[in-house]
Design a protein around this ligand. Structure first.
Ligand SMILES: C[S@@+](CC[C@H](N)C(=O)[O-])C[C@H]1O[C@@H](n2cnc3c(N)ncnc32)[C@H](O)[C@@H]1O
Ligand code: SF4
Length: 375
């Protein structure tokens, strides 16, 4: 089983905090689906198997494509791979793009999961983040999607915002639980280098929240989501039973995926590849029938570290039997030695061969995980 990711590199305007690759022009947009199909053919032997379980349209802003383009891309995949009987097909949508016509088109093209970029239900937050929608548009977008038959809806929210506070964050969460949403992706704000928001911090115009406030907001997220029946299954992801993101989960479980489009990453069990962050370079290489992706062949140590970084951020944890079998007894011993310290502190729990960081310590998991990494 494998997944396919399509990066749609267009935005109507860049948000102040975001450094995902996208352009605000329509360079190559009309022919985007055709180029993706050509790349799919060029990379025909990349994946180790032919069965596709998940397809994910991410961005940028996939909801800026016409539904006919989404239909063409899904059709092109189905022509060359066996798409499983019950695939998960996700599309990221911005609230202000959403209309009845567009959603109906996406549904009939096969999209069965929407990830809506709400970010906040506070109009002040949205304005300060440089978003182009308001809270009411976000609420209407979710409700309309549900009304039109999307029963697998996720929303993105950002906490730890500089101008915000725990009371606003709590209101955001309560509003989310009031909507027909069964998955939440909640990210702590990252000041990505060189973004307008980062530059404002450097100039002293914006003051990041304190560590204490960040922790408080994380705890609010855990308490309220658990009270509302959500399971915190990965550091930034929470869902009702049966609605975990299958595509993202496959990244954390080392399942191969092929990434198409500028800046898309791929993984096939032996290497990681990444496409150029440039529409023109990507387009030119496809037209010349060459592959523009750069490649890193993974060593056993890379693979072990990838496994630890991804598995320890989830409720499924790391399996000592797998570490011993795939990476040898010395690595297993080293893992157990480090784990012992955290078990004594009550941070890691062991059940049979599985070791997992308790969700209440997810917020500090980066520091814990770095202790486990092989150097
Ligand atoms: C690549 S964006 C695409 C989603 C869509 N274009 C939108 O904006 O609604 C995916 C998500 O990443 C999150 N994100 C992007 N930059 C971030 C940052 N600097 N810190 C935290 N979250 C961020 C946002 O929640 C966003 O919805
Ligand atoms: S958050 Fe979404 S809309 Fe905003 S710049 Fe990033 S990809 Fe584009």
């Amino acid at each position: 089983m494998s997944g396919i990711y399509i990066h749609v590199p267009y935005c109507k305007r860049k948000c102040d905090y975001c450094d995902f690759y996208s352009v605000v022009t329509s360079e190559g947009k009309a022919g985007f689906a055709t180029l993706v199909e050509k790349e799919l053919i060029l990379r025909g032997d990349y994946l180790p198997d032919r069965e596709i379980e998940t397809i994910y349209f991410g961005g940028g802003t996939p909801s800026m494509l016409e539904s006919a383009q989404i239909t063409d891309i899904i059709g092109a995949i189905a022509k060359r791979y066996t798409v499983s009987k019950n695939p998960e097909i996700t599309l990221e949508a911005n609230p202000d793009d959403i209309s009845e016509e567009l959603l109906k088109g996406f549904r009939s093209s096969g999209v069965n999961r929407l990830s809506i970029g709400v970010q906040s239900f506070s109009n002040l937050d949205l304005k300060r983040l440089g978003r182009r929608h308001n809270a009411l548009q976000a609420i209407k977008a979710v409700s309309l999607a549900y009304k039109l038959g999307f029963d697998n809806i996720s929303i993105d929210l950002i906490y730890g915002l500089p101008y915000s506070n725990s009371a606003i964050w709590k209101e955001n969460l309560l509003q989310a639980f009031d909507l027909p949403v069964n998955h939440l992706s909640c990210y702590h704000l990252i000041y990505e280098e060189g973004t307008p928001l980062d530059l404002k911090v450097a100039k002293g115009l914006v003051k990041p929240v304190s560590e204490d406030q960040s922790v408080e907001q994380f705890q609010l997220l855990q308490e309220l989501s658990s009270m509302n029946g959500f399971i915190h299954y990965e550091i930034s992801n929470l869902a009702k039973e049966g609605y975990f993101s299958r595509h993202n989960t496959s990244y954390w479980k080392q399942i191969p995926y092929l990434g198409l489009g500028p800046s898309a990453h791929s993984y096939n069990g032996t290497s990681r590849d990444w496409n150029p962050k440039s529409i023109s370079k990507w387009q030119k290489s496809i037209e010349n029938e060459t592959i523009s992706a750069e490649k890193e062949v993974l060593t056993s140590q890379n693979k072990l570290n990838d496994y630890l970084i991804t598995s320890l951020r989830t409720v499924w944890g790391a399996d000592i039997n797998l570490i011993s079998q795939d990476f040898g007894s010395d690595n297993a011993k080293q893992f157990l030695h480090t784990a012992e310290k955290y078990i004594k502190q009550g941070v890691i729990e062991q059940r049979d061969s599985i070791f997992r960081i308790l969700p209440k310590f997810f917020f500090t998991s980066d520091g814990i995980i770095s202790d486990f990494l092989a150097v």
